[in-house]
Design a protein around this ligand. Structure first.
Ligand code: SF4
Length: 694
């Protein structure tokens, strides 16, 4: 229910959708929200907003909200409403029994990029200190985990190098595997403004996305790279830079590890990486690739912006390293207008990664095997920590199917809809003996849960989110939690019931603890956030006001490190039976699995997922626009309507996964990034046929 009328009071808070992290004034009448007004002083959005943040907040008070804790013995039993105390005791008893029966490592937790930094921090603390293992993961696993690996390996930290404002200084913008118009609309508008004022644009994307050609913008080069061949393309761009003498030699000599550079330069100069040699593989015209490489290297300050079209591949981490190589070789990191920037999908992907939500890292990206780091945490937490990396989400599900992983606490994440190869995910969930879901709605994952704890929407939370430019912003509570407790309080109750004491009374105390344990957050506090409005980490004695641009004089790791990026084809191949490649993505009005936006009027703009298909592929199958089609892969098949469009290239089809009734992830594969297990959502061999099946 959205109340209409004049506001009685307002609080500044942060949008809970994408990684731009726009600030809004939430205007209230009593305890009901009237409207969300974009906040002029918000540094990420400067008073702008998109249709999600501005209008799609009604889900917070939607009738589907579950506001009472519930339990059941078996997933076939009906849910039974209980008190918080009974639900927490039920969960704690089950986790204790499972660990006694199957061992300490048989349980784990998953946190979410929808959660605040403080909530994510507490979930990983609960897993490490109360469960006694490192079996914690986050949904960043399935989106930007390759960013973490790739940027850490080359530059020394897992974050974008620039602030959003820096796009205004870019002379050349290279967009790879991202569609900012739909995915990051407010930053997309900022980028378009710079393009209208004269910056040159290179787009590498299998689709003719809006940026390629729109009324006031035309990409200088569109490289229609085939899904699965990104690494061959970035190697080809680097090959041109090396073989045509376009290296920034002074920068490389002063800033990078020369031994690694020389090995890399010899590797990349090999003719097998030439644009002509990989033309068939990439689908890109060699002359365009050469011209794009020259423009990127010599066109002035050049900035790379990339998205999940980079990371969600079996070579996602390799591709991130390839882009960092290219930027270092041309001197395009650490100066105004230049950098390498992941466009984070969800509001707090950056923050959930920063908070130690991966099974191998504590906060601030420090490995669990590092004795000194672990000892610092052990002293403050009063718990012995395991030096062994824990299980990733995919490993948890594999071990559940194998019968050795039995219990899971999931906060704010719907893995049954969002993760690939749904049949495998649900087989893993079915095999567990205790699943605790803490969420707003009875989502797809909750169908397999034994305990349901009511979650709190962003309007009910106090805390912080960290956006794609490392900007930490306050989330302020404007409504009391409808379920009685905030998400962080649920974690505290569970930890205490498990016998591990947590004593916080406000999220600001959790941030103080994070700051005391994490060098890059050492100067962050709620008081400073009140004073400055927002802070970009690192924020500490060396940078008390925060850090808009990283790697200015030296890389965080010291010398920049060039990595070898050999192209390896995906194991997913087209065949006569499955001759097309499916790639997936998002649209402007909807958001991820749609749990929020489907419960708002935004659904009117996109009531169902459709399959985009090129006219050539449609015609050869007798398909016309609006036909119901069957989309089949080796994993399964689904039905949806066709949209025939020249945005697609022949041989490649595209859909979104916003609607559970379509279930696009039923057909995606279980192949994943070699380094991080990020699923290869972007490459699935499929066949498309007309069908009458509804
Ligand atoms: Fe929210 Fe992203 Fe839209 Fe900004 S651009 S209003 S953060 S969804």
């Amino acid at each position: 229910v959205i109340a209409m009328g004049q506001p009685e009071h307002a609080k500044v808070t942060t949008c809970a959708y994408c990684g731009v992290g726009c600030s809004f004034k939430a205007e209230m009448q009593g305890d009901r929200i009237v409207r969300m007004v974009p906040y002029k002083d918000g540094k990420a959005n400067e008073g702008h907003s998109c249709v999600k943040g501005r209008f799609a907040y009604g889900y917070a008070t939607h009738q589907d909200r579950i506001t009472k804790p519930m339990v059941r013995e078996r997933i076939t039993d009906p849910w039974r409403e209980v008190s918080w105390e009974e639900a927490i005791q039920h969960a704690a008893s089950a986790f204790k029994r499972i660990q006694a029966q199957y061992g300490r490592d048989s349980v784990g937790g998953i946190t979410s990029s929808r959660c605040t930094n403080e909530e994510a921090y507490l979930v990983q603390k609960l897993v490490r200190a109360a469960f006694g293992n490192n079996n914690v993961d986050t949904c960043a696993r399935v989106c930007h985990s390759p960013t973490g690996y790739g940027l850490m390996s080359t530059l020394g930290t897992s974050a974008g190098t620039q602030d959003f404002k820096s796009v205004e200084d870019a002379d050349v913008i290279l967009v790879i595997g991202a569609n900012p118009t739909d995915g990051h609309p407010v930053f997309g508008s900022r980028m378009k403004k710079r393009l209208r004022w004269g910056a040159k644009l290179i787009v590498a994307d299998p689709r003719r996305i809006d940026l390629v050609k729109s009324p006031h913008i035309k990409a200088t080069h569109h490289l229609p790279v085939k899904p699965g061949s990104n690494v061959a393309l970035v190697n080809a761009l680097a090959h041109v830079v090396v073989t045509e003498g376009l290296i920034d030699e002074v920068y490389v000599r002063e800033r990078c590890d020369l031994k690694d550079f020389e090995i890399w330069a010899r590797f990349i100069a090999d003719e097998r990486h030439a644009p002509e040699a990989v033309q068939e593989l990439t689908g890109c015209d060699p002359a365009e690739v050469r011209a794009a490489a020259r423009l990127y290297a010599k066109g002035g300050a050049a900035a790379i912006y990339y998205g999940l079209g980079v990371t969600e591949h079996s070579q996602g981490s390799t591709m991130v390293m390839g882009m960092a190589n290219l930027a270092m070789a041309t001197g395009n990191i650490g100066k105004p207008g230049a950098g390498v920037n992941p466009l984070r999908g969800q509001n707090n992907v950056q923050g959930s990664c920063d908070m130690g939500s991966f099974p191998h890292e504590l906060t601030g990206y420090r490995h669990v095997s590092d004795d000194a780091t672990r000892e610092t945490f052990e002293a403050l937490w009063g718990a012995e920590l395991s030096p062994n990396p824990g299980l990733r989400i995919t490993n948890m599900l594999d071990e559940a199917v194998a019968g050795t992983f039995k219990g899971l606490y999931i906060q704010g994440e719907d893995i049954a809809q969002s993760d690939p190869d749904t049949h495998h995910v649900t087989a893993g969930l079915r095999a567990m003996e205790c699943i605790v879901v803490q969420d707003l709605f009875l989502n797809e994952t909750a169908k397999y849960a034994h305990v349901f704890l009511p979650g709190a929407s962003f309007l009910e939370k106090d805390g912080t989110f960290t956006n794609a430019e490392r900007r930490i912003s306050r989330v302020r509570q404007v409504m009391a939690p409808m379920g009685g407790y905030g998400d962080w309080e649920g974690t505290v109750l569970l930890a205490n019931a498990l016998g591990y004491r947590m004593d916080y009374t406000h999220p600001s105390q959790i941030m103080d603890e994070i700051a005391s344990l994490t060098p890059s957050f050492a100067g962050v506090s709620y008081a400073k956030l009140e004073e400055l409005g927002s802070i970009q980490w690192p924020c500490n004695d060396k940078a008390p006001q925060g850090t808009p641009m990283m790697h200015v004089d030296r890389f965080v790791r010291g010398l920049g490190r060039f990595m070898l990026t050999e192209f390896v084809a995906s194991d997913e191949r087209t065949t006569r039976k499955f001759p097309l490649i499916l790639t997936t993505g998002r649209i402007l009005s909807q958001y991820n699995v749609g749990a929020q936006t489907r419960r708002t009027a935004n659904s009117l703009w996109h009531p169902e997922d459709v399959l985009e298909i090129h006219p050539f592929d449609a015609e050869s199958r007798g398909i016309v626009d609006g036909d119901l089609i069957s989309l089949e892969s080796r994993s399964g098949d689904i039905a949806l309507k066709a949209r025939v469009t020249e945005r697609m290239q022949p041989g490649v089809v595209y859909t979104t996964f916003h609607h559970a009734k379509t279930g696009a992830n039923v057909i995606t594969t279980d192949y994943s990034d070699w380094a991080t297990n990020c699923p290869e959502y972007k490459v699935t061999a499929v066949q498309v046929r007309r069908t009458n099946r509804p």
